[in-house]
Design a protein around this ligand. Structure first.
Ligand code: ZN
Length: 334
C-alpha cells in the first residue's frame, strides 16, 4: 500500500512534465485534450494548483489522474509508472535502502550475507489472476502443446508489460512479454516466481528470478497428490515438466545440473521413500543430460533411466510430435 506521503510526492511532480512524459505536447500551458475529439488546445494546466482541466469536456485532476485517465491504468499501476519515470523513491521502498546500508556494513565486516527477502505477498498478487497473453498462449499451446488444464493447475500467468519484482518499483523488474511461473513448496506455499522471457530481443536473459529466491524444484505440491507406489517423473526444466504433466504423468522439474544442490533434494527424499514412490527420468539426448542423470542417481539411487526415441532432443520435443500425431486435429487437447 502507498502511504499518503507517497501519493503526495507523486501529486507534486510538475504536471506539465507528467503530460510530456505521456506524449501530450504542452505549449503555453495548453495541450490538445486526449479525452475528447479536440482540434485546438482545450486542455489547460494550472501550475499553481498543479492540476489539469479541459474547458470543453471538463475532465480534470492531478498528475496521477492524468496518467490513470489517459492510459486507462489502475491507481497503483499509475503510481508505479510515475515513480519509475521520475525516479521517485516511495517510502514503501525505504526498507530496501535501509537493508542495503546494512548489507554494506556486513560486507565490510567480511561476514556471510543472508539472501534478501522475497516479496512473497506482492508476488502472490502479481500471479493471482492467471491471464495468458497472446505470446504466452502461442508458446504454451501452439509451440509446446501443453494441456490447458496443466497450465491452470500450475498457476501460470503472463506479462505483456514489464513489472517490478517486488513492491518496490525502484528495484529490479521482470522483462516482458514473459511467462510467470510460480514455485511453491510441497505444502503449496509460494516460494518465488520465475519469469520466462517470450520476446525476441536477443540481449534479454531468458529466465529471471528475484534475487534471494531459494526455491529450485518446480511443482513440489504434486508430491501430496501421489498415491502409494505411484511413479514420479523428474525432468530438467519447467517446460519439459509441463509436457510430462500434459502426457498424464506426475512430474517435478529440477533446475540445470550445475544449480542443483544435495540440500534441495533432501526434503523430498524422505517423503518419497515413505510413500514408496518410484522415480523415473527421461534424460535429454545429450552429454549434459547423461551427466545430470548420473548426478541425480547418486542422490536418488532408485532413479530409473528411460531412453528417448532417437531423433528427439528432449521430452518436450518428443511430446510435441507424438501428441500431434495422436490427436490429428491441432486443438489444445492432446
Ligand atoms: Zn477535453
Amino acid at each position: 500500500m502507498l502511504s499518503r506521503f507517497d501519493i503526495q510526492k507523486l501529486q507534486d511532480l510538475p504536471i506539465e512534465q507528467v503530460a510530456e512524459a505521456l506524449q501530450i505536447r504542452v505549449s503555453r500551458h495548453k495541450a490538445i485534450c486526449p479525452f475528447h475529439d479536440d482540434t485546438r488546445p482545450s486542455l489547460t494546466f494550472n501550475l499553481r494548483r498543479n492540476r489539469f482541466r479541459c474547458f470543453v469536456c471538463d475532465t480534470s485532476g492531478s498528475t496521477i489522474d492524468l496518467v490513470m485517465k489517459s492510459q486507462g491504468w489502475t491507481f497503483c499501476d499509475s503510481c508505479r509508472w510515475l515513480a519509475r519515470q521520475f525516479g521517485v523513491v516511495l517510502s514503501e521502498a525505504l526498507g530496501c535502502f535501509e537493508e542495503r546500508a546494512l548489507r554494506q556494513q556486513v560486507r565490510k565486516a567480511g561476514k556471510q550475507l543472508p539472501p534478501p527477502p522475497i516479496d512473497v505477498h506482492y508476488l502472490e498478487g502479481l500471479t493471482a489472476s492467471p491471464v495468458l497473453t497472446e505470446e504466452a498462449r502461442r508458446f504454451l499451446f501452439d509451440e509446446r502443446r501443453i494441456a490447458p488444464e496443466v497450465v491452470r493447475l500450475a498457476g501460470l500467468s503472463s506479462l505483456s508489460e514489464p513489472m517490478p519484482m517486488s513492491g518496490n518499483p525502484g528495484g529490479p523488474w521482470f522483462n516482458a512479454p514473459s511467462l510467470l511461473i510460480p514455485y511453491r513448496d510441497a505444502d503449496g506455499r509460494l516460494q518465488s516466481v520465475q519469469a520466462r522471457y517470450l520476446g525476441k530481443k536477443e540481449d534479454t536473459p531468458r529466465f529471471q528470478f528475484p534475487r534471494g529466491s531459494v526455491c529450485s524444484i518446480f511443482n513440489l505440491p504434486v508430491l501430496k497428490t501421489l498415491a502409494e507406489g505411484e511413479p514420479l517423473w523428474i525432468t530438467e526444466g519447467v517446460t519439459d515438466c509441463l509436457a510430462m504433466l500434459s502426457s498424464g504423468r506426475k512430474a517435478i522439474a529440477i533446475p540445470s545440473a550445475t544449480l542443483l544442490k544435495p540440500q534441495d533434494i533432501e526434503p523430498i527424499r524422505s517423503r518419497l521413500k515413505a510413500q514408496g514412490t518410484r522415480l523415473h527420468m527421461v534424460p535429454d539426448n545429450d552429454a549434459p543430460g547423461a551427466r545430470l542423470f548420473l548426478q541425480l542417481q547418486k542422490l536418488l539411487p532408485t532413479l530409473e533411466h528411460h531412453l528417448l526415441p532417437s531423433g528427439y532432443k528432449d521430452f518436450g520435443e518428443y511430446w510435441k510430435s507424438t501428441c500431434t500425431e495422436r490427436s490429428g486435429d491441432l486443438n489444445d487437447k492432446c
